[in-house]
Every structure is written in C-alpha cells, then in structure tokens.
Design a protein around this ligand. Structure first.
Ligand SMILES: Cc1cc2nc3c(=O)[nH]c(=O)nc-3n(C[C@H](O)[C@H](O)[C@H](O)COP(=O)(O)OP(=O)(O)OC[C@H]3O[C@@H](n4cnc5c(N)ncnc54)[C@H](O)[C@@H]3O)c2cc1C
Length: 297
C-alpha cells in the first residue's frame, strides 16, 4: 500500500505489510531510505521536527503476530515487538511474573502515549532515560532481530550501542522480546524517579534477583539503570556486590554505592550528574528491597 500526505507529511510512501516476511522484504528493498513505524510516538515527532527524512514508512500495525504475548511452561515468555506499554502494564501474567516490566510500562508518560507506544519502538528509539529497557535488563531479557538473511538474538543490554543508537542495521526488524522463566524464590521491581507526573526518568532502576534455598543468600541478580549514561546500563559492579552475599539493607547499600560509582549520568537542565548519582544509589537500595519483598510471593 502506498499513500502520500501521511499525517500531513508529503512525499512519504506508507506500507502496511500483513506479515513479518513482507515487512522484511520491504526493509531489504528500501534499506536506509525506510523507517519502521510502530506506535509513532517518537518517530512522528522526529519527522515533524525534520530530524529524519525517510522515503517510506513500514507500519507494523497490520501484523497480528507482533502483538501477541506467548508464555510456554519452562521456556519463558515471548513478547511481540508491537505490544503496547498499556498492554504490558495491564496484563495479569506480566504483572504477576514480571512485575518490574509491568511497573516500567506503567511509568511511561501518559495513558495516551502508553496506548500507542510499543515495547519494540521504545527499545529501538534507545532513549537512555526510557523505563522498559532497565526493567528488561533486570529480567535477563533477549531481543530477537530478523532480516531477509535470517535471525539473531541479543541480550537486551547489547542492543544499545551509543546515544539513541542500536545494534540494528537498516534492513533489520526487532520482532520479539524473550523473558526467561522466573527462577524459584525470585522477585523483581522497577522504580522511577521524576519531578512531574508525566516526565521521563531522572533515573530509573530495575532489579531482578533470586535467592538460594536458605532464603537469604543472593543466588543471582541483575540491575538495569535508566538515566545513568548515554545508553540504558547494566550495573555489573552493583550485581557483584550482592551475588553470594546475604541480602540485607547493608548489602543493598553496598550495591547502591557501586552502581552510583560505575555509571556515567548526563547533566542537563533537569538534574546535575551529582544528583543523578545520588538518586541511583538511593533507588538501587529501594528497588532492591522491593524485589526482595517479592521473592516469597
Ligand atoms: C510525550 C512523550 C513522553 C514519553 N515519555 C516516556 C517515558 O516517560 N518513558 C519511556 O520509556 N518512554 C517515553 N516515551 C516514549 C514512548 O514510550 C514510546 O515507546 C516511544 O515513543 C517509541 O515507541 P513507538 O512504538 O511509538 O515507536 P515509533 O515512534 O513508531 O518508533 C521509534 C523508533 O523505533 C523504530 N522502530 C519501532 N519499532 C521497531 C521495530 N520493531 N524494529 C525496528 N525498529 C523499530 C522506528 O523506526 C523509530 O526509529 C514518551 C513519548 C512521548 C511522545
């Protein structure tokens, strides 16, 4: 399908493929001249500001397979890339199994943006202050990427290569996100710190942890940070401060200090680098305690 004057933007062809295969063929044909259109919440802003000028848009709106949540016993959960933040925030399985993700999706902007904005679009926009990436890092998620050449999977933290830049090449489509099945005695949480109700995060912290059978020793932990650098970040030093230790307020405090030291927050009109580091320290402690409180749920 080709249309002109899309949303008042002339000279842009809009394609609405019915399945992933046709979308991939269109991406291969148009290469860097094409842009994938998911919810349009960021893309249309960039278009209207004249910051990008694609020759065509490839809409994901008519590909039903990209809007499914599929859980299989023992194999985790697959999220289609075009699932909206609203769906994730309200899905009962996501809320009970992966609370960090439901909380991150619910923390995005406003109801209007959450109804349209998709999880794949959020990841591919690669805003370092975005909420879902930090939660997905904490949950050990992987992204599946496809082109006409085949498919590959990446841990979500490896998707982000620089400021608002991903590891995707122009002919690739992010098709799904894979969440591993939750381990026994595990819990997760995402906390966002912002000044006003619909703001993006000054900082955001996702924590996913599991305990040994003794119920006190940290078996595994993953910590994702938003607003802590030029990309969403996995806080590996903070994780090392917890693994194999008894999980207490004191060890979460050590993790908070480690996270604040290892990240490189940007400074802007909303907050200084110093303030963001202080808040990362505090919110790692807080999110860690919330995740811990869920390990017996
Ligand atoms: C006012 C406002 C406030 C916001 N506040 C927040 C916030 O607080 N927290 C937060 O996390 N986010 C926030 N966002 C971002 C929002 O959450 C959306 O997720 C984000 O705008 C992109 O999602 P989308 O589906 O609309 O993608 P689009 O805008 O359609 O696309 C974004 C980019 O990703 C590419 N893309 C999209 N899908 C794919 C795919 N499957 N494969 C390959 N490339 C793809 C597009 O080509 C484009 O480059 C805000 C947005 C707005 C407009």
């Amino acid at each position: 399908m080709g249309e002109s004057a899309f949303f008042g933007l002339r000279d842009i062809d809009v394609h609405a493929p019915p399945n992933v295969e046709v979308a991939l063929a269109l991406l291969a044909e148009h290469g860097a001249g094409a842009k994938v259109l998911a919810g349009g919440q960021s893309l249309l802003v960039l278009l209207r500001m004249g910051l990008i000028s694609p020759k065509c848009l490839i809409s994901l709106q008519h590909i039903p397979g990209l809007k499914l949540i599929a859980a299989s016993a023992g194999e985790g959960t697959r999220l289609g890339a075009a699932i909206t933040q609203h769906q994730l925030a309200n899905d009962l399985q996501i809320r009970s199994r992966f609370p960090a993700l439901a909380e991150a999706a619910a923390a995005v902007a406003s109801p209007q943006v959450r109804r349209l904005g998709t999880i794949g679009g959020n990841l591919c926009h690669a805003d370092p202050t975005a909420d879902p990436p930090a939660a997905l890092i904490a949950l050990g998620a992987e992204v599946e990427i496809q082109s006409v050449e085949g498919r590959r999977r990446l841990p979500v933290e490896e998707l982000f290569v620089d400021y608002m830049e991903t590891a995707l090449s122009p002919d690739e489509l992010l098709t799904s996100i894979h969440l591993p099945a939750a381990a026994p005695r595990s819990g997760s949480a995402y906390l966002k710190h912002r000044l006003r109700g619909v703001d993006t995060a000054l900082v955001g912290v996702g924590v996913g942890l599991s305990l040994e059978e003794d119920g006190v020793t940290c078996r595994s932990v993953r910590i994702g940070l938003a607003g802590a650098g030029v990309t969403p970040i996995r806080a590996r030093e903070a994780e090392s401060a917890l693994i194999g230790k008894s999980v207490t307020e004191a060890t979460f405090a050590d993790a908070g200090v480690a996270a604040a030291a290892e990240c490189s927050p940007l400074e802007d009109t909303e907050a200084s680098e110093w303030y963001r580091r202080e808040m990362i320290d505090l919110f790692v402690r807080r999110a860690g305690l919330v995740a811990l409180s869920r390990t017996n749920a």
